[in-house]
Design a binder for this molecule. Sequence first.
Ligand code: NZQ
Ligand code: ZN
Length: 395
Amino acid sequence: MNGFNYYNPTRYVFGHGEYRNIGALLAPIARKILLHYGGGSVKRSGLYDAVVESLTAAGIRFCELGGVKPNPSVSLVQKGIQLARAEGVEAVLAVGGGSVIDSAKAIAAGVPHPGDIWKLYTREEQQVNAPLPVATILTLPAAGSENSPNTVLTHEESARKLGFRDERLRPALSIVSPELFLTLPPEQMAYGACDMLCHIFERYFTNTQGTELSDALAEGAMRTIMQQAEILRREPQNEHAWGQLALAGTLAHNDLLGIGREQSWACHGLEHELSAVYDVPHGAGLAVIVPAYFDAVWRANPGIFAQWATNVMGVTPSRDTELVITEGIRRLRAWYRSLGLPQTMAELGLPADADYAAMAQAAVSTYGARLGTDSLPGVRPLNTAAAEAVYRAAL
Ligand code: NZQ
Ligand code: ZN
C-alpha cells in the first residue's frame, strides 16, 4: 500500500425525514444562502416547499437559482456566481443529484475567483481562493458528489466536459433521506448504480500491492451496489434498498476505498468525451465503455481481475484464470443488461460517423496531461490508438 493523506470533513446526516432539519443544520454554517436546484423534480415532489419551510423557521435568508440540466453547464454557473455575489450569500445549498451539486460547487469556487471559472477546469488558471461552503440534500444517489471534492462541468461552445478537484469543495454538510429517491425513474437508478460501481472499479483495479483492507471494503461495497440495484429493479419503492444503495454510492466516491492505491479513471476519461460531444447520461456511457475496457486491459494484471471475478461476481475459483475473468466480465455485462443499460454505441444513441479518433485524442490529452503522461493511466496505460480501440470494441 502507498502512503496517503485523507481528510474528509463532511457532516453526513442519514435518515428518513432528515431533510426537514436542513435549516437547523445549516444555521451554524451560514445565515444567507443560494438555494440551487434542477429542472423541476424538487418542486413536483414537494421537497422544495419543505426546504423553504425549514430554512425560514431557522431564520436563514436565501435567494435561488433553478434550472440545472444533466451534464451541467458553465453558463448557468456564471449566472449563479453573479447572483451569489450580488446577494452576498455565505454558502450554496444544492438540492438535487450530481449535476446540481457539481454546479453548486462551481458557484462556490467561482464567487471568490477573480477570473473565468472555466479556466480552473481547463487548468489555464491554478490559483483557487477558499470556496464558499457547500451543503447538499441528495435526491439521486449516483455521482457521489455529496461527499467528493470534485465537480464536473460542460462547456457547450467547445463541447468539452472537464472535472476540477479541490479538497475544500467537499460539502460541509450532506443530507441523505432515502425516501427522496422513491420518485426516480428506473433508468436513473440503473445509471446511478452503474456510475457508483465504476467509481470503485477506477480505484480497485490497480497494480499497487498490499491493499488487502481497501480491497475487502471495495468488494463489499461492489456486492452491495449490485444486489441492492437488483432489488430496486423489482421493488422500486423499497426505501431500505435505496438507503443501502445511497450509502454505498457515497463510499464509492469519497475516496476511502482509494486510499494508498494508484487509481485509473480511464473509463471516466473515455466516458466524459461521449457525454461532452453527445450529451449522453454519464452512467449509460459507462455501461458501454467498462466491459470493452476490461477486455482490453485485464491481461496486464490477471490477479486483480480474477480476485474481482471470484469475490464480487461469484465465479468459482479455477486454475484457468482466463476462464474465471471472462466469466466475471460476462456476468457484469448480464447485470448491465438486466438493468436495461445500453451495451453498444448504437444503443447509447451515437451516430454511425462518431469521431472516435478525436474523442480518444481528447481523453488521452486531458487525463494524460494532468498526470504528466501521454496515456490514460490504469493497470495497462492506454495510448490514443488503444483508447480508440476501446471505443470501437463497443461498436
Ligand atoms: O433536474 P431535475 O428535474 O431535478 O431532474 C433530474 C435530472 O433530470 C432527475 N432527478 C434527480 N432527482 C430526482 C430526479 N427525478 C425524480 N426524482 C428525483 N428524486 O434526474 C436527472 C439526472 O440528474 P443528474 O443530477 O444529472 O444525475 P447524476 O446524479 O447521475 O449526476 C450526473 C452528473 O454528475 C457528474 C456526471 O459527469 C454528470 O455530469 N459526475 C460527478 C462526479 C463528482 N462530482 O464527483 C463524479 C462522477 O463520476 C460524475 O462524473
Ligand atoms: Zn462517475
